[in-house]
Design a protein around this ligand. Structure first.
Ligand SMILES: Nc1ncnc2c1ncn2[C@@H]1O[C@H](COP(=O)(O)OP(=O)(O)OP(=O)(O)O)[C@@H](O)[C@H]1O
Ligand SMILES: [Mg+2]
Length: 685
């Protein structure tokens, strides 16, 4: 069974929103939904505070910093507020009690004074001060009043007393402002912490789940999937999803709420000015979307170039030995420079897009502010908009642009995350190897039987054709044959690394497909053709983190004749670097041999286990081998025929077919392929 893995590509960039993917992603968020909800709640509170701050300045300016009273000249007493009648049809009136259209009419007809006044009622604490300045204060029914300019001439100490009410009001507003800032700070810290905590936990879970899944994938999967791609799944793609959860999703809430709140407040302050600003919206949105489109294509190109750069670097560095030995530095450098310049160009294009767009947005936002000053300023002068409202408007306009910009960028984040999610789910949906349950054989004898086994890595490209042979319990079977004839494949099938297409492989008469996979593999110790060492020390590489005691591991190493370890300065604690490059190939083989011995298996499988060891060491290893193989079934692959001469049975493989089998003597007398190979090697030595 060969599955199709190559359907996905690292460059996949699908749609920005996919409800099905989103639902699956939400599963990862589910355990932390309470934390996340608190976060969203905090964000709403924070946004609320943010929108209230300009309003506080508005109140400070309109209610306290400007004087409220004006003089209006009318034929009859105005019908609004509580006017104070002066002589000759003039009335003192609080401007904020007059509806804006009425003010506008008064203003246009010249009935309303441009001057503002302070009114000091009779019996108030300020009356005593006011009475000291008869040239400034004009008496009126119920108190006296003074113009703003006239008041400026008074000493500061007296002004403070006169304007006590406004000063207390401003102080109260300042305290309110400060409290709002403190709450914003505290909630802000809490929100960021909770959000990042949620994000990190989600990432942790995702990485754990992906890795656990990868561990259970059939080995055939890894034949067709580059390592780098899987690494990207676990690191970059998970990070892209985290970015969506922590920045984009939360910004979406905040920005949408902020835009709605600001527009609402603007209409409440003065709907006409608000409409003028909204008229700019189509341009802003158009610009934002055009920007998003450009950024997306630039971003895609940058991603592609980074992937190429990484792949090239990884390959060049791991192949540095070959490059230097074959003097290919120039060629490698040329190839790298070509990719490097493409990456540079792609990045520059991306940066240029940003370089134009950010100033453009800032221009549009300043243009909107200019519009507010022009249109709102006229309204202030006409009296239909208060000065405080105008200042608030200017702040709100600035506030409106930031979220629009962020929303347009959020789109890209969302798209990246969706593509990442899609790739991750394709990986997670890759069927796991069926290994659970299954039978275990008590009292395993170790009889192995291949019955008419047909196998192909790809479709009908048969690597093994009708292979049948038996290894009796405790016997040793050798497999020989030319390179590429399928020897290693036989071992892989025995370990159930791949599924056969036809026939049966039996262990003690039970099909290995029916066996518990962990059971099957734990009964066999394998020395594979390519030795793989992990980072860690030599001891760890022999025990592989199992509970084999150290003494047994050392015993196994001695048994395998890996005495070189004891001569190393750090002995068994010597660090193995980069898959063991600091060890010789033969030393690595001896270690993997020790590994197999330490696991004390019922069945021993050796693929070219001694190919890289010198003849003298090999003959010692052969002796140890003979000891281990006693009472154990063993399958041994060897090119050097001298090493398998004493095997109970020799299977000769050619082009995936068994052409001969029997003991050494039988095969020699058969005078076939084995005899020919043997004659050839004998002649050499
Ligand atoms: N993972 C794989 N995917 C596809 N084809 C493969 C794979 N592994 C091996 N093959 C092919 O299967 C055939 C048998 O390979 P195998 O490794 O079993 O040969 P071998 O007898 O062990 O050779 P050698 O003596 O060189 O180790 C070869 O033609 C090889 O190209
Ligand atoms: Mg092989």
């Amino acid at each position: 069974m060969v599955s199709q893995h190559n359907t996905h590509d690292d460059n996949v960039m699908g749609k920005a929103f996919d409800a099905r993917l989103m639902r699956r992603l939400m599963h990862f968020l589910k355990p932390y939904w309470k934390m996340f909800s608190v976060c969203v709640l905090l964000i709403l509170v924070l946004t609320g505070i943010q929108t209230v701050l300009p309003y506080i300045t508005k109140v400070a300016i309109d209610d306290f910093l400007t004087l409220p009273w004006a003089v209006v000249t009318l034929d009859s007493s105005p019908s609004v507020g509580k006017p104070i009648a002066l002589a000759d049809g003039r009335y003192l009136i609080r401007t904020n009690e007059v509806p804006s259209d009425m003010r506008k009419t008064w203003e246009l007809s010249g009935a309303l004074s441009a001057k503002r006044y302070l009114f000091v009622p009779q019996g108030s604490a300020q009356e005593a001060v006011a009475s000291r300045y008869p040239q400034v204060f004009t008496p009126a029914p119920g108190g006296s009043f003074a113009s703003e300019e006239a008041l400026r001439a008074l000493p500061a100490a007296d002004t403070i007393v006169l304007r006590q009410g406004a000063i207390t009001g401003v102080i109260r507003l300042a305290i309110l402002f400060a409290i709002a800032l403190i709450i914003r700070f505290l909630f802000g810290v809490g929100q960021v912490y909770l959000l990042q905590l949620t994000g990190q936990k989600v990432m942790y879970d995702m990485r754990r789940q992906i890795f656990a899944h990868v561990l259970r994938l059939p080995l055939s999967y890894f034949d067709s999937t580059p390592v780098g791609r899987l690494v990207t799944r676990v690191t970059n793609d998970v990070a892209a999803i985290n970015e969506m959860f922590t920045s984009m999703l939360v910004n979406l809430f905040r920005d949408a709420f902020l835009i709605l709140a600001v527009i609402g407040i603007m209409f409440h302050l003065e709907w006409k000015v608000a409409l003028v600003i909204l008229a700019l919206f189509p341009f802003i949105i158009l610009a934002a979307f055009e920007f998003r489109r450009r950024v997306r294509s630039a971003y895609r190109e940058v991603r592609r170039q980074i992937a190429r750069l990484n792949a090239n670097l990884q390959e060049s560095i791991s192949g540095m030995r070959i490059i230097q030995v074959f003097v290919q530095e120039m060629k490698a450098n040329e190839r790298f420079q070509k990719i490097n310049i493409n990456k540079y160009r792609a990045s520059m294009r991306q940066l240029l897009t940003f370089a134009v767009f950010r100033p453009l947005m800032s221009f549009l936002s300043s243009f909107a502010v200019a519009l507010v000053i022009w249109y709102g300023g006229r309204n202030v002068l006409q009296g239909s908009l208060s000065l405080g409202a105008l200042t608030a408007f200017i702040q709100y306009v600035r506030m409106l642009f930031e979220p629009i910009l962020e929303l347009s960028q959020g789109y890209n984040v969302l798209q990246g995350a969706m593509a990442a999610a899609e790739r991750i789910f394709i990986l997670l949906d890759e069927p796991e190897e069926d290994r659970g349950g299954g039978e275990r054989i008590n009292n395993l004898q170790g009889k192995i039987e291949f019955r008419h086994v047909w196998f192909a890595y790809n479709e009908e490209d048969w690597v093994l054709k009708d292979v049948s042979f038996t290894a009796e319990p405790g016997s040793s079977v050798a497999i020989v044959g030319p390179t590429g004839s399928g020897k290693t494949t036989i071992i892989r099938l025995l370990l159930r690394m791949y599924q056969i297409q036809k026939g049966e492989i039996l262990l003690d008469g039970v099909s290995i497909d029916k066996l518990d996979l962990a059971f099957l593999r734990s009964r066999m110790a394998v020395v594979l053709q390519e030795v793989f060492l992990f980072s860690g020390d030599i001891m760890e590489n022999i025990r592989l983190h199992s509970d084999i005691p150290e003494e047994e591991a050392i015993e196994a190493a001695r048994f395998a004749n890996a005495s070189f370890v004891e001569e190393l300065p750090n002995g068994y604690q010597t660090e193995v670097k980069e898959r063991g490059v600091t060890l010789s190939v033969g030393e690595r083989q001896l270690l993997s041999f020790a590994r197999a011995v330490a696991f004390k298996p019922q069945i021993l499988v050796l693929d070219e286990a001694t190919a890289s060891i010198d003849s003298q060491t090999e003959s010692i290893v052969q002796n140890s081998l003979a000891k281990i193989m006693e009472n154990r079934t063993s399958i041994v692959i060897a090119h050097r025929l001298s090493t398998i001469r004493k095997s109970d049975k020799i299977v000769v493989l050619h082009n995936g077919k068994i052409v001969e089998q029997g003991t050494h003597e039988q095969l020699i007398s058969l005078d076939g392929l084995y005899a020919a190979l043997h004659a050839l090697q004998f002649a050499e030595s």
